[in-house]
Design a protein around this ligand. Structure first.
Ligand SMILES: Cc1cc2nc3c(=O)[nH]c(=O)nc-3n(C[C@H](O)[C@H](O)[C@H](O)COP(=O)(O)OP(=O)(O)OC[C@H]3O[C@@H](n4cnc5c(N)ncnc54)[C@H](O)[C@@H]3O)c2cc1C
Length: 298
């Protein structure tokens, strides 16, 4: 750390000007909950450290013209406490409330979680099912890319010295005939301060009159290099009734997902059992009325 230069801009523009001026590779720090560990271990020795935590324009949660926009510097505490997100993006709100401990949530940011790109990052499956987009600004200009493409890489992830500035997604709102609900669940070694060993998010549109699933989006994390959507399950659940059969079918499909994702891995047996419990928890959260009907099914 001794040779590291440091800057703490107050605006994104000021940050970009510093980056252009120094014309060297920089490392950003937001909440520092991931980065400080890497700095302390000596694994990372940046020449330039740029602190984004003093940029107030990166800390906001708002609804604008049918979309929810979140500044990348918004902490998980702010996300968990937001009544807008509790009402309209429950899966992200629940994911935020389960990140680490209170101290971690008070510092850890959404932008840091995305940039850190851990396979088990808790916000990531929620961002996939919410169909989020990421806005990025760098010395060469700004761009917006879907989160799914961003995390898949292929040239669409972060390039030299780019800052994630904003995350946005559509407001998934219930209508007269359908209701939209979402939920997040995770398993960790110690729930309060652990990185998830398995996490899952779902957004479901239900036909209120017939009590059937119109459409659903599911994503899992910690089963591969990046979290991924479960398109087969999504197709299979279309038109299904909300009943105990749904719980069994979902649990069976999720078990198959584990078997395909980590065949022969030491954690396979644990995860294929754990995901059934997680499926039940998720469905109980999405459809509380299902609990009594499906007891013992899983
Ligand atoms: C005890 C403990 C428990 C934890 N529990 C969880 C958990 O339950 N779930 C979970 O998902 N994570 C957990 N984490 C990991 C961590 O808290 C999160 O990944 C957090 O969201 C990182 O955000 P940050 O602002 O602290 O990032 P930082 O540590 O500041 O940065 C992380 C990385 O992102 C880059 N970066 C940060 N902001 C930006 C930006 N705006 N644009 C571009 N690059 C950027 C940095 O350069 C760095 O490479 C835990 C960590 C600890 C230490």
């Amino acid at each position: 750390m001794s040779d590291c230069e440091f800057a703490s801009p107050l605006t994104v523009q000021e940050g970009l000007e510093i980056i252009s001026r120094i014309n060297k590779e920089v490392t950003f720090i937001s909440g520092g909950t991931d980065l400080v560990i890497r700095l302390q271990s000596g694994k990372l020795k940046p020449a330039w450290l740029i602190d984004l935590s003093q940029i107030s324009e990166l800390k906001f949660i708002e609804e604008v013209e049918g979309r929810i926009r979140i500044g990348s510097g918004t902490t998980f505490s702010q996300i968990a406490e937001s009544s807008l997100l509790q009402g309209k993006a429950q899966c992200l709100s629940q994911a935020a409330s389960q990140v680490g401990s209170t101290q971690i949530r008070n510092r850890a940011t959404l932008g840091g979680n995305i940039a850190n790109a851990s396979p088990a990052g808790d916000s990531l499956p929620a961002l996939l099912v919410l169909e989020a987009w990421v806005t990025i600004q760098g010395p060469k200009g700004s761009r917006r890319v879907s989160f799914a493409e961003f995390q898949a890489g292929k040239g669409l992830g972060l390039k030299g010295n780019e800052i994630i500035t904003e995350i946005d997604f559509p407001v998934w709102e219930s209508s007269e005939k359908t209701r939209i609900i979402s939920a997040f669940g995770k398993l960790g070694s110690r729930t309060a301060v652990s990185i998830a060993r398995l996490n899952i998010a779902a957004r479901v549109e239900v036909d209120s009159e017939h009590d059937t699933i119109v459409k659903s989006s599911w994503a899992v994390g910690a089963l591969g290099r990046i979290p991924f959507r479960l398109e087969e399950l999504e197709l299979e659940l279309q038109g299904k009734g909300i009943n105990s059969d749904l719980a069994r079918q979902t649990a069976d499909r999720l078990t198959e997902v584990v078997d395909r994702a980590i065949p022969g891995r030491a954690s396979q047996e644990y995860k294929r059992l754990a995901i059934r419990g997680l499926a039940f928890d998720m469905l109980s959260d999405l459809f509380p009325e299902l609990i009594n009907r499906s007891m013992g099914v899983l």
